[in-house]
Design a protein around this ligand. Structure first.
Ligand code: NAG
Ligand code: NAG
Length: 337
């Protein structure tokens, strides 16, 4: 599960605390069912949208998974996934109550990819779940929005042709958000092309192509929380070949996941005015700008695919887990920390 972090961290995460101790060896796939299959039941389809279940073996080389949203399979499921947004909508009375009773070895997995600021109803959920799955590195099943990996022979990186300076895509415009306040100051000193609800129209699915013409992308998160680094960085900036200017958790938090010289952090500057000056400087200094792409010699970018990858990862984690019993006692306290 954490292979990719170790890959990335070999070089960049020197400041990291040591990894959590490894889980014990899977004792003959202790949790798998008869025939070595792992049955994963999705209690709610995320956001109420039904989808075809992935073939985990074909897509991720993860074998023996049976993913299903069919509740009649509850009794045979080794793991049941609960998506927080839907749980908040239906309330805890929407959880399985039995009969049949909760199977003794079944794992209830709390799944959430929103930040604490956008995760209502955490308080009532203490002591219900066995595992967490989220973008937080200390989740039982850690699935970040994206990751870097070091292939044996990385494809040569070709910098897309740049004709514009700074882009920002924002769909949820909220004057209270730190990102909108920062943008309002930044634009006094620098032209920013804003796309989304309040700005220029973006061709459907065209974020990556549009942004690739820009030198910089404002990867501003909607709220600032530990490890909350989303597709704004991974897809909109990295996959598009633009340098991310980030506003989110602190720089040290980003550096757990990506090279220090792969991004610009708003905290690196005492004011938006000075950030603007720096971006203008880079605009005129090609070698300095190009330094933000040095890491591409070694790494490629993987953008996580919602939700197939998540479901398959749970299956893999169930298979790898031993027989320990665990309950998440203080979900809110942990997630909000
Ligand atoms: C698939 O997984 C198996 C077992 O973990 C491994 O031996 C094999 O090399 C993997 N194949 C690919 C294409 O990654
Ligand atoms: C899961 O959590 C429940 C509720 O605390 C607990 O009764 C059960 O033993 C746990 N199961 C596992 C497999 O950890």
């Amino acid at each position: 599960l954490t292979t990719w972090t170790t890959e990335v961290c070999k070089r960049f995460c020197v400041r990291l605390k040591p990894e959590k101790p490894e889980k014990p060896e899977p004792e003959a796939a202790a949790r798998a069912g008869a025939g070595g299959e792992v049955n994963v039941l999705l209690w709610w389809e995320p956001f109420g949208r039904p989808r075809r279940m992935a073939d985990c073996r074909r897509r991720y080389n993860i074998t023996g998974c049976r993913l299903s949203a069919d509740r009649s399979r509850y009794g045979e499921a080794q793991a049941v996934l609960f998506h927080h947004r839907d749980l908040a909508l239906h309330g805890a009375q929407g959880l399985p109550r039995g009969p049949p009773p909760r199977p003794a070895r079944q794992l209830w997995v709390w799944m959430n990819f929103e930040s604490p600021s956008h995760s209502p109803g955490l308080r009532g959920l203490a002591g219900l779940f066995n595992w967490t799955m989220s973008y937080r590195r200390d989740s039982d099943v850690f699935v970040p929005y994206g990751r870097l990996y070091a292939p044996p022979a990385p494809r040569p990186f070709v910098l897309p042709r740049k004709t514009r300076l700074v882009a920002w895509v924002v769909s949820n415009w909220n004057e209270e958000h730190a990102r909108v306040r920062y943008y309002r100051q930044l634009k006094e000193h620098l032209a920013v092309d804003v796309y989304g609800a309040r700005g220029l129209a973006l061709a459907e699915g065209g974020v990556v192509e549009t942004v690739s013409a820009y030198k910089f992308y404002l990867a501003f998160e909607n709220s600032q929380h530990t490890d909350y680094i989303t597709e704004k960085l991974w897809r909109n900036a990295f996959a598009a070949g633009a340098v991310p200017v980030v506003l989110g958790p602190r720089r040290a938090n980003y550096e757990r996941f990506i090279p220090p010289d792969s991004f610009i952090h708003v905290d690196d500057f005492p004011s938006p005015r000075l950030l603007a000056a720096y971006l203008k400087f880079l605009d005129k200094n090609k070698p300095s700008y190009r330094r933000y792409f040095a890491w591409r010699k070694k790494y490629e970018v993987h953008v996580t695919s919602f939700w197939d990858e998540h479901f398959c990862k749970v299956c893999e984690a169930v298979r790898a887990a031993g027989n320990q019993i665990k309950t998440v006692r203080n979900l809110a306290g942990w997630f909000e920390s």
